[in-house]
Design a protein around this ligand. Structure first.
Ligand SMILES: *Cc1c(COP(=O)(O)O)cnc(C)c1O
Length: 369
């Protein structure tokens, strides 16, 4: 079975082997060495002033950013389940919330952000997804962040990059907190989250807020090569191994380039067989296809062609299927996916199978080198 869901993604063999070694104690020089090496690699990936690892899923890092970086009022972009989640977290912690809501296929507009800031001068933090995974949508985060900083440089810009870090280059110039999660582009099992932080973010954190997710106490320990509470040792060992592969062996630029070619080739191939790309501005992390037969297509893909892709959520349940591009993926596997989609449409009697999708994918993937 090919796992082509946009999280969790397959864990490379070498990373699984590294995580299979006997457990070591977290308060030892052996683990501190691994921890500090992992921190260095993460700083290289994030290209930010500081970085922090949390033993939680991505949502925990989202919560930590809300509680540590928003004092009073949050501006939140909601164009899907994950944007909606930022608003829910902020409300759960008694913050005031201004929400900019968009259909799941529509990127946030700079003019709406400008207006919201004008109407609410007490907003002190902004929250957005780089890729909103609900619809595979890419928000213009860098441009919005630049606009916000031009209006008020004190506003903390928090970008959920869980399906963007390790997928595509991100301009962090105006981003104060950048969130990543283990089970998406970092090809690890779920359970670890990371946050890159700017100088402004460090200043805003001050003595921190909350207890388990107090970023000040956590960061103090992490700079010393340990964690405030028991470290997620196995996952951190896996993280070190995957970052070694991504940054030192394959090369991050090469990964961005491969992902871009894979995403572009997939989109063009699927459009060529009559399918409709869902978001107005697709992210490279995944291809989301809107189709009334999405559920049947997913079933045939899984049962007949052994390809597991994700569906849609809420209003898009049964209407969407999402193909992952994150991680290190062999082109022959990605080609098999678009080929299987074409064959599936033929099985449904919608088109005649001609091998068009695989041909276009292969040509585009290798011609753009
Ligand atoms: C997966 C994901 C999350 C976090 O989900 P968890 O289940 O808590 O790991 C957050 N934001 C985006 C954009 C995601 O894709």
């Amino acid at each position: 079975m090919l796992l082509f869901t946009p999280g969790p993604t397959p864990v490379p063999e070498r990373v699984r082997q590294a995580m299979a070694l006997p457990t070591i104690h977290h308060r030892t020089p052996e683990f501190t060495k691994i921890f500090l090496e992992t921190r260095e690699l993460l700083l290289e990936l994030f290209k930010m002033k500081e970085v922090i690892m949390l033993a939680s899923t991505g949502t925990g890092a989202m919560e930590a950013c809300v509680t540590n970086l928003c004092k009073k009022k949050a501006l939140v972009v909601n164009a899907g389940k994950f944007g909606e989640r930022f608003g829910k977290i902020a409300k759960a912690f008694g913050k005031e919330v201004v929400e900019l809501q968009y259909p799941w296929d529509t990127p946030a507009q700079i003019s709406d952000v400008e207006k919201a800031l004008k109407d609410n001068p007490d907003i002190d933090a902004f929250f957005i997804q780089i890729c909103e995974s609900s619809g595979g949508l890419r928000h213009p985060v860098e441009d919005i962040a630049a606009t916000i900083k031009a209006i008020n440089p004190e506003i903390c810009v928090v970008a959920d990059g869980i399906t963007a870090v390790g997928v595509e280059p991100i301009d962090i110039t105006n981003i104060d907190a950048l969130i990543a999660g283990s089970q998406k582009a970092l090809m690890l099992p779920p359970g670890l989250a990371m946050i890159g932080l700017s100088s402004l973010a460090l200043q805003k954190i001050g003595t921190g807020s909350g207890f388990y997710f107090n970023l000040a106490s956590e960061l103090k320990k992490q700079k010393e090569g340990t964690t405030a509470y028991t470290a997620a040792t196995t996952l951190i060992i896996g993280l070190k191994e995957i970052l070694q592969i991504m940054l030192k062996e394959v090369g991050i630029e090469e990964i961005y380039d491969q992902t871009d070619r894979r995403a572009t080739a997939t989109r063009v191939a699927l459009e060529a067989i009559g399918l409709q790309i869902y978001p107005k501005k697709p992210a490279n992390a995944m291809t989301a296809i809107y189709d009334e037969d999405a559920e049947t297509i997913r079933k045939i893909l899984k049962n007949r062609y052994k390809v597991n892709v994700a569906g849609g959520q809420e209003d898009l349940k049964g209407k969407l299927f999402r193909i992952n591009h994150m991680g290190l993926i062999e082109p022959n596997e990605a080609m098999w996916v678009v080929n299987s989609v074409e064959k599936t449409l033929a099985d449904l009697g919608r088109i005649e199978y001609r091998g068009v999708a695989a041909k276009i994918f292969t040509e585009l993937y290798y011609n753009e080198e």
